[in-house]
Ligand binder design. Structure first.
Ligand SMILES: [Ca+2]
Ligand SMILES: [Ca+2]
Ligand SMILES: [Ca+2]
Length: 475
């Protein structure tokens, strides 16, 4: 770990303040440099062995059960070895270094979360990110679906919810408890429909906060709250638009300033007329989960939920356009008939940026040609030491295979090369056919081990939520 002198707050000329009237103003009076600890986790690549026995048998080791709907898991960067599990209903639970879940939640924001549908809901508490310097400043951030703001996207149409990024602090007296107030609202984005919220927040290796937000919901990237874009063949949409709202993007902001946030001066659209400068990458439908590789060059892998034909994983770079709703996966999408891809579509957008194809694609269960997944769930590059056969490989999965069955699966792909990557099932000793559960998300500890989060039912209800650790099978 190395300390960075992070002077962007001093030199940036763009500040994003109060919504809805975002005002630009020049910051002139900053007198202190913000020193933050980079969150790079440098893994020892030499620990990857080259003589891995092929076909090692893997398994899932139950860590915690009786949760409602676990979405993600992150380790606090404070050397305490505590794992924090986000339950969609609004609670964050702590798994202590002894592997035991603490009796009381770290924080409970369920009263702040919009009322969820117990049968199925994509809203809720969806993301947690600890400040890289959490150990000394106690700052952490939540992504949750708040009650809708006033008004709506069209006459007679109300907003459904508000995507909210908010800052909280750990209690000064108890490291296992956070203060519910003060809450500093960093960002609010009006959201027109209940689905496609995105929901991941994470600090990149550069110390900036990355946020994924979906296209606003509904289908086709069409409907109230979905603006027109440059591509007239298809209706909509927020994925391609970079001027009207923050939907359908990966955002990148700097929260190391007294203001709510500022835009890093090297964001791709800073200074570009009529483009929202928070945008780091665009063209997404529902980038539900993403992660930075803890090793290698710390690349950003994003899962984008497809509609009816194709699911995808994207390797995301600054300023990239990942295609939606011009493309679904590597295919030309049609809002006129979402089951019938168009023969051709543009390869560049109106800014001259190429539409970047995914690195992994798999067919959706609704694909008339046959499919294997209801939705893809992005995971992590394995950088742990326990499973040498997975070293440097990308672990991801599918929520379920089709219909309403609880039959999620784990998948793995070797990274590198060009074009679409191949992938295969991860064979699990105790789950020989499939998980027998819905795959809700993944987590990764700072030592690179991967956790798998599941539920037995689709909605945020009941107590079937489980957290597993991906391990070698015991013989
Ligand atoms: Ca369009
Ligand atoms: Ca957009
Ligand atoms: Ca795409």
């Amino acid at each position: 770990m190395k300390n960075l002198i992070h002077s962007d707050c001093l030199h940036s000329t763009i500040s994003r303040g109060e919504r809805p009237q975002w005002r630009l103003f020049v910051l002139v009076l900053f007198s202190t440099l913000v020193i933050l600890t980079g969150c790079k986790k440098m893994n020892n690549e030499s620990l990857q062995t080259s003589d891995d026995p092929a076909g090692q048998s893997l398994d899932l080791q139950l860590v915690v059960d009786n949760l409602v709907s676990p979405i993600t898991l992150v380790e606090a960067p404070d050397s305490s070895k505590r794992l924090f599990v986000v339950d969609q209903i609004g609670k964050v639970w702590i798994i202590g270094s002894d592997g035991q879940k603490k009796a009381e939640p770290f924080i409970d924001v369920s009263s702040k979360v919009v009322t969820l549908n117990p049968g199925y809901d994509e809203r809720g508490l969806l993301g947690l990110a600890f400040h890289p310097d959490y150990k000394t400043n106690g700052r952490f951030f939540l992504f949750y679906s708040a009650a809708p703001g006033p008004g709506g996207p069209a006459p007679g149409v109300l907003w459904n919810n508000r995507v909210r990024i908010a800052e909280f602090h750990v209690s000064s007296s108890n490291p296992d408890k956070a203060d519910l107030s003060p809450e500093k609202i960093i960002l609010d984005v009006d959201h027109p429909q209940p689905n496609h919220n995105g929901g991941t927040i994470a600090f990149g290796p550069d110390g900036y906060l990355y946020i994924s937000i979906g296209d606003g919901g509904g289908s086709d990237d069409v409907g109230p709250g979905h603006v027109a874009d440059w591509y007239k063949v298809n209706e909509g949409g927020n994925g391609q638009d970079v001027s009207s709202n923050l939907l359908g993007n990966i955002l990148r902001i700097d929260i190391n300033c007294p203001t709510k946030y500022i835009v890093p001066k090297d964001n791709p659209f800073v200074g570009k007329k009529d483009i929202l400068p928070e945008i780091y990458a665009y063209g997404f439908r529902n980038p539900y989960r993403f992660s930075f590789d803890l090793g290698g060059s710390h690349q950003l892998y994003v899962g984008d939920a497809g509609q009816s034909l194709y699911e995808e994983i994207d390797l995301v770079t600054k300023g990239g356009n990942y295609g939606w709703n011009v493309k679904e996966g590597t295919h030309c999408f049609s809002t006129a008939n979402n089951k019938l891809e168009l023969a051709a579509c543009p390869i560049k957008d109106s800014l001259g940026n190429q539409l970047i194809d995914p690195i992994i694609e798999l067919p959706n269960a609704a694909n008339p040609a046959g499919g294997i997944a209801t939705v893809i769930v992005a995971g992590h590059v394995y950088r742990g030491n326990a499973i040498s056969s997975l070293a440097g490989k990308y672990i991801f999965g599918i929520y379920s295979q089709g219909g309403s069955g609880a039959d999620g699966k784990l998948l793995v792909s070797s990274l590198g090369g060009s074009g679409l990557l191949t992938f295969s099932d991860i064979a699990l000793k105790s789950f020989p056919a499939n998980l027998g559960q819905y795959l809700k998300g993944f987590g990764q500890s700072l030592d690179g081990e991967v956790y798998v989060l599941t539920t037995g039912v689709q909605g945020p209800s009941g107590n079937s939520g489980k957290v597993y650790k991906l391990t070698q099978a015991t013989m």
